[in-house]
Ligand binder design. Structure first.
Ligand code: GDP
Ligand code: IMO
Ligand code: MG
Length: 433
């Protein structure tokens, strides 16, 4: 199965990093295709924790090709720091390839992100303030600076000047900030270019070569479906398209190169930042899930909002992404709760039954979830390694999700460790060199 997309189906932090790490063992390359260092992907191996923001979650396999695709926005200072910290831990980062066409997050993008949020006041999105939105805005406005521009001082300087020009007014509060000095900025980014040069490549071409020779390529999504710029809960979304279809654009491959789409969902739901979250629990139960699930942001350290599994949103995600398989993570976190609740439909403020995720934001804001209750389980699941190790109530919970979604659950997470998983049926036989 050569091309596999791994995609978040909720509001992020579903455990995409862990699922990618597991599938990467049998793949030849792992490719990030959108987002930037707003992502935080955690892998726990033998008790050691790794948090990735830009580098694909396949890097822990020595020599495995890891690609930062053209659709990603790169803060080069963050990327270099991530490379350095991996090197310090003895990880071979020689397999990293960075698209020459990827756009760069510049110091003014970070400033504009912060200023934009401050201006919104109570209406703020709760962005990660990493400059993601302003960088994608410049890309669309054709004022972006790309990785390849780092290799030519004259072009770089000209492009920075052109990008700064229309931002004068918005950047006025930062006028004295030394990071905005044209000369210093150009010099700093040239240094970044020098450091990154050995990794810069025509990454679409690398993907084609692998796919054409029948090798397995994993496309690792960041953020998630409900944060998608087009299909998520706009305007409370990120500025890229995390849905599976974007893997083609953000890596430079065709739709026929994608053979499988694995959705990742927690056994409950979380969200960081503002915006609608129909099944949110703002009570003790929500606090319990946060505590037990360790629901604190990997990137910003913010507390995550928590709630019950939302099958209206998940059905929507299954359709939008064309999911062929599902990975349910953090099932262990639900132990001790009885009953378990799962939202199966919404009721509008007018009393209408909503089986489909509402496209109109006013309807979504007023939608109340309607739940089905399922029996809970007491046992600690951390040591379960096969479906038959799970208590019958946990199996029934999974079957309920599967029946509702019509997507087979292939992988279940029962703890953060890489061995704390259950393959449902056969583990996929991916072909790696
Ligand atoms: P990502 O952004 O989708 O890669 O997810 P994050 O890394 O931001 O958040 C997922 C968190 O849950 C991380 O701390 C993981 O170590 C942890 N995790 C992943 N799978 C499981 C699981 O099955 N059970 C538990 N208890 N933790 C898990
Ligand atoms: P991973 O890949 C969870 C959220 C932010 C905010 C909104 C917009 O770890 O799942 P942005 O900085 O992107 O402009 O913020 O999107 N957000 C995430 N939430 N996980 C993420 O990444 C996220 N990346 C962005 O909290 O609500
Ligand atoms: Mg995360």
């Amino acid at each position: 199965m050569p091309g596999i997309v791994i995609v978040g189906t909720q509001w992020g932090d579903e455990g995409k990093g862990k699922v990618t790490d597991l599938l990467a063992e049998r793949a030849d390359a792992v490719v990030r295709f959108q987002g930037g260092n707003n992502a935080g992907h955690t892998i726990v191996r033998d008790g050691d924790e790794f948090k990735f923001h830009l580098i694909p979650s396949g890097i822990l396999y020595p020599g495995k090709m890891c690609v930062i695709g053209n659709g990603v926005v790169i803060d080069p200072a963050v990327l270099i720091e991530e490379l350095e910290s991996l090197r310090r831990r003895g990880i071979d980062v020689g397999g990293l390839r960075v698209s020459a066409n990827a756009h760069l997050i510049m110091p003014y993008h970070v400033m504009l992100d912060t200023a934009g949020e401050a201006k919104l006041g109570k209406l703020q999105i709760g962005t990660t303030k990493r400059g993601i939105g302003p960088c994608y805005a410049d890309k669309a406005a054709r004022l972006g600076i790309r990785v390849q521009d780092l290799l030519d001082a004259k072009i770089l300087r000209k492009k920075i000047m052109a990008a700064l020009e229309p931002k004068q007014q918005a950047l006025r509060p930062f006028a004295r900030d030394p990071r905005l000095d044209l000369h210093a900025m150009t010099e700093e980014y040239l240094r970044f270019g020098h450091r990154l040069e050995p990794h810069i490549a025509d990454t679409a071409h690398l993907c084609w070569e692998l796919l054409d020779s029948g090798r397995t390529v994993i496309f690792e999504g960041a953020q998630a479906t409900m944060l998608d710029l087009d299909h998520g809960t706009y305007p409370f979304v990120t500025s890229s398209n995390p849905v599976a279809g974007a893997a083609c654009v953000g890596a430079g491959v065709g739709p026929r190169d994608i053979d499988e789409v694995w959705g990742v969902a927690k056994a409950y739901a979380t969200r960081v930042g503002a915006g609608p979250f129909p099944t949110e629990l703002e009570d003790e139960l929500g606090a319990h899930l946060r505590e037990r699930g360790g629901e604190r942001g990997t990137t910003t350290g913010r507390d995550r909002r928590t709630g019950w599994m939302d099958l209206v949103a998940l059905r929507y995600a299954a359709r939008l992404n064309g999911l062929t398989a599902l990975s349910i993570t953090k099932l262990d976190v639900l132990s001790g709760l009885d009953p378990l609740r799962v939202a199966v439909r919404y009721r509008s403020s007018q009393g209408a039954v909503l089986d489909e995720f509402p496209y109109h934001q006013s309807i979504l804001h007023g939608a109340q979830p309607e739940y089905e209750e399922l029996p809970g389980f007491e046992d600690d699941l951390g040591a379960c390694r096969s479906e038959s190790d799970l208590p019958p109530e946990a199996r029934a919970y999974l079957r309920f999700l599967e029946d509702h979604l019509g997507v087979p659950i292939r992988l279940v997470g029962v703890g953060p460790g890489r061995d704390q998983v259950i393959w449902m049926g056969e583990a996929p036989a991916l072909r790696a060199a």
